[in-house]
Design a binder for this molecule. Structure first.
Ligand SMILES: NC(=O)c1ccc[n+]([C@@H]2O[C@H](COP(=O)([O-])OP(=O)(O)OC[C@H]3O[C@@H](n4cnc5c(N)ncnc54)[C@H](O)[C@@H]3O)[C@@H](O)[C@H]2O)c1
Length: 338
């Protein structure tokens, strides 16, 4: 695809993933507009580009009809990332707030259709997969896209809204001829990541030299943390190659236990601490790892970053940019808020 003749909108473009996506689309020559209400996004990630006039920034709430209509007007492709979303502590404990995504996604998609947007690329999630499949951390399980079928059992209101959005886009493709793709992101980490997600939380605990060092659950939970640069590459490939609303996993097939990631964080940062488990805190499913063969087949996508390399790189970024005193006072709230 020739990005230099595309006008693209990134909703939620000042977020962790959204800001990296915006950078990447600009590098490809696209003309980029961002809309964000800054509820969890950070303007500083694109302040320089806004001042230079290389990105158009609209501050506004997409739950407001005139904002959403204005934002999509004149766009060829819309990357929809705006969401009421946070880490495990947030999505488990704020179901009502996450339910607003049903309205938000519906309004964005309808406005896109009315404005004649050519394609919508949606930031979906591993949270659409049935919880009942992900209960045994000892099982070597890789989630394939076709496992999202009846009986559905998505992860919290957050996961149900992602699932409804995928299905809405598929109906738009079938019945209204719109083009769309959904990317199921799996536990993304990397530079600009926030403390409400597990990897950044572990790094933040080491940064403030937490002792005893808390681990939510028993540490046996298995995840496939996926580097943000790989997620951005996959999302852009999905925009280029998927038209029919197909949902595709973007996640590594590396299986890592929470406790092993914690031990590596402690080792790499040189922090010695007693580990205490918090089984009373939210853990999410015990075994969540993607199968990425569909992404490989449809997009030619494979994650390039190995988890241990990406973890070290993220620790280096965190330690060189954060203020220890500030994180010390704010971390408790950041773990369950957004
Ligand atoms: N981080 C992950 O591991 C992960 C995993 C799966 C899916 N996702 C999805 O990727 C997207 C980006 O997530 P993220 O982790 O980068 O950060 P995030 O959750 O902070 O991003 C959401 C962005 O949307 C903005 N926003 C929220 N409500 C809005 C509204 N009503 N109007 C306008 N803007 C609004 C926020 O300010 C923020 O910039 C989200 O859709 C999220 O659900 C993220």
């Amino acid at each position: 695809m020739n990005w230099s003749d595309k006008r693209v909108l990134v909703t939620g473009g000042t977020s962790f993933i959204g800001s990296h996506l915006t950078d990447s689309l600009m590098e490809r020559g696209a003309s980029v507009r961002v809309v964000d209400n800054l509820s969890s996004g950070k303007l500083e990630y694109m302040q320089a580009q806004i001042e230079a006039g290389s990105v158009e920034f609209l501050e506004g709430d997409l739950l407001d009809q005139s904002t959403v209509r204005g934002a999509v007007e004149g766009m060829d492709i819309v990357f929809h990332l705006a969401a009421d979303h946070g880490g495990r502590g947030y999505v488990d404990l704020h179901q009502a707030a996450c339910a607003s995504n049903l309205a938000l996604d519906g309004m964005v998609f309808l406005a896109c259709k009315e404005a004649g947007v050519e394609k919508v690329v949606y930031a979906s999630s591993g949270c659409v997969y049935p919880n009942f499949k992900q209960t045994d951390p000892t099982e070597v399980l890789y989630l394939t896209e076709d496992m999202v079928r009846a009986p559905f059992d998505a992860d919290n209101m957050y996961g149900w809204a992602k699932l409804m959005a995928e299905m809405t886009l598929q109906a738009y493709c079938r019945e209204w001829g719109m083009k769309a793709a959904s990317c199921r992101y799996f536990t993304v980490y990397g530079e600009r990541g926030k403390e409400d997600h597990a990897v950044t939380a572990m790094i933040a605990r080491a940064f403030i030299r937490q002792n005893p060092f808390e681990v939510w659950g028993n540490g046996e939970q298995v995840r496939n943390w996926t580097y943000v640069g790989d997620i951005v590459e996959g999302t852009i490939l999905a925009a280029e190659k998927i038209d029919d609303g197909t949902a595709v996993n973007l996640g590594t097939m590396e299986r890592t236990r929470v406790i092993d990631a914690v031990k590596e964080v402690l080792l790499y940062t040189g922090h010695t601490a007693e580990i205490v488990f918090r089984p009373d805190m939210p853990t999410g499913p015990l075994n969540r790892v993607a199968d990425n063969s569909l992404a490989s087949h449809l997009l030619g996508w494979e994650p390039k970053m190995k988890f241990m390399d990406g973890l070290h790189q993220t620790i280096d970024w965190y330690f060189s940019t954060k203020d220890r005193e500030l994180i010390g006072v704010s971390l408790g709230a950041q773990l369950t808020e957004r």
